[in-house]
Design a protein around this ligand. Structure first.
Ligand code: FES
Length: 133
């Protein structure tokens, strides 16, 4: 069996939503200290929906494929749904990642979480109340 699925190779070779959103509503950046890879996510949010998302990833192929797939999974979705996106869901959507590459998908989950946290810090009135979750 090939080490990487066709979906991983496709998203690595033709990553979706690469770039920067200059007037982003939330920006999140994460890095992995061990491998040194860095991922940055930009979110545009309107009325509780993620209307646009872009990423910049300085990292391995799995990290690029994970970022690309993660942006596809949250684009056009409610913020509440994006908050619950797990790295496992990203890896599953890519038809799997080798075990030792799962940490690459964790970067995508964390970058989105950080970007959402940035959005809520700037827009505290939008933050869901605990009892509304
Ligand atoms: Fe570090 Fe993939 S090897 S994110």
């Amino acid at each position: 069996m090939a080490l990487y699925s066709e979906k991983v190779m496709d998203h690595f070779r033709n990553p979706r939503n690469v770039g920067v959103i200059e007037d982003a509503d939330g920006v999140g950046e994460v890095g992995n200290a061990k491998c040194g890879d860095i991922m940055k996510m930009y979110l545009k949010i309107d009325d509780g929906t993620i209307t646009d998302v872009k990423f910049e990833t300085f990292g391995c192929g799995s990290a690029i494929a994970s970022s690309s797939m993660a942006t596809e999974l949250i684009k056009g979705k409610p913020v509440t749904e994006a908050m619950t996106l797990t790295n496992k869901a990203v890896a599953e959507a890519l038809d799997g990642l080798p075990d030792y590459k799962m940490h690459c998908s964790v970067l995508a989950e964390e970058a989105i979480q950080n970007a959402l946290e940035d959005y809520y810090t700037k827009n505290p009135d939008q933050r869901p109340q605990k009892n509304e979750e």
